[in-house]
Design a protein around this ligand. Structure first.
Ligand SMILES: [Zn+2]
Length: 270
């Protein structure tokens, strides 16, 4: 446990996680606070990482990290900044949650009366959408739900560029890239995957005024070509989403750093 680099996503204020979609992996504030209090001295140097750039990082995580002097790296999916884009997973879940039946274009018609049926439809459609480019995904969401974006500004749950700039000046915090549009990089052409990594790096460097050298691959998906390309672009550390290293990781070890989901390794966090 002491050597694990921990992966965290959203943190919610209460134990009630019903408003979040199933993919979000949110933990509660009290779980996180208890974890920080119980950390042993030899755990203090281990790195905490936060994926996606949720607004809760500033409202909930940061005050606790400051109090406990814990370091963290926040990986930003740059197209989520400024409320310009919500991850399609939320829009998809809201659509399915509010429907009795979902006609998912080429994937078939899914009954969605029961929660179990909704979850089946959600997982199947999400499996398809997470491999698409941003424009393909938007087109798909428009045909499915009528819009690719959240309709309610209160649904904008991500850090703005201004907030990311402010975070970059925090001593305990490092900003990293989570690519641009949160697409599985391995499903894109290598050229498009490179553009995702380059655009995100350039945008974050413009926002923070700092060199951005860390990347967390969306969904943890990388391959050797992507890891080498990432290194050539200027990244020096690439983070996976599990403890399993790919077979070719030894060729670029710093671009394939394993992480453990905090919910899987810290007792008391589910
Ligand atoms: Zn992510």
């Amino acid at each position: 446990m002491a050597t694990d680099i921990l992966m965290i996503h959203d943190i919610v204020a209460s134990e009630d996680r019903t408003r979040t979609s199933p993919w979000k992996s949110a933990i509660s504030r009290s779980e996180f606070e208890t974890f920080l209090k119980n950390r042993h001295a030899d755990d203090m140097s281990s790195l905490l990482t936060f994926d996606d750039g949720y607004a809760s990082f500033i409202s909930i995580a940061l005050p606790l990290l400051r109090e406990h002097k814990a370091k963290a790296c926040v990986f930003i999916a740059t197209s989520f900044m400024d409320g310009s884009r919500e991850p399609y997973e939320d829009a998809l879940w809201k659509h399915i949650n509010g429907s009795d039946k979902v006609d998912a274009c080429g994937l078939g018609v899914f009954p969605c009366k029961r929660t179990t049926e909704k979850l089946v439809a959600y997982e199947r459609i999400r499996l398809h959408l997470k491999t698409l480019s941003l424009s393909q995904r938007d087109a798909w969401m428009i045909s499915l739900a009528g819009h690719p974006q959240p309709q309610n500004p209160a649904d904008m749950l991500f850090l703005t560029a201004e907030e990311v700039q402010h975070l970059a000046s925090e001593q305990l915090i490092t900003i990293g890239s989570h690519a641009e549009s949160h697409t599985t990089l391995t499903s894109l052409s290598l050229t498009d995957a490179i553009l995702e990594m380059r655009h995100s790096k350039a945008r974050l460097e413009a926002v923070t005024g700092r060199s951005i050298t860390d990347i967390s691959y969306p969904y943890g998906a990388s391959n050797l070509a992507i890891r080498i390309a990432g290194f050539l672009i200027g990244y020096r550390r690439g983070f996976l989403a599990s403890r399993n290293r790919p077979r070719t990781a030894w060729l670029t070890p710093n671009m394939a750093i394993p992480r453990a989901d905090i919910r899987n390794v810290v007792p008391g966090i589910r």
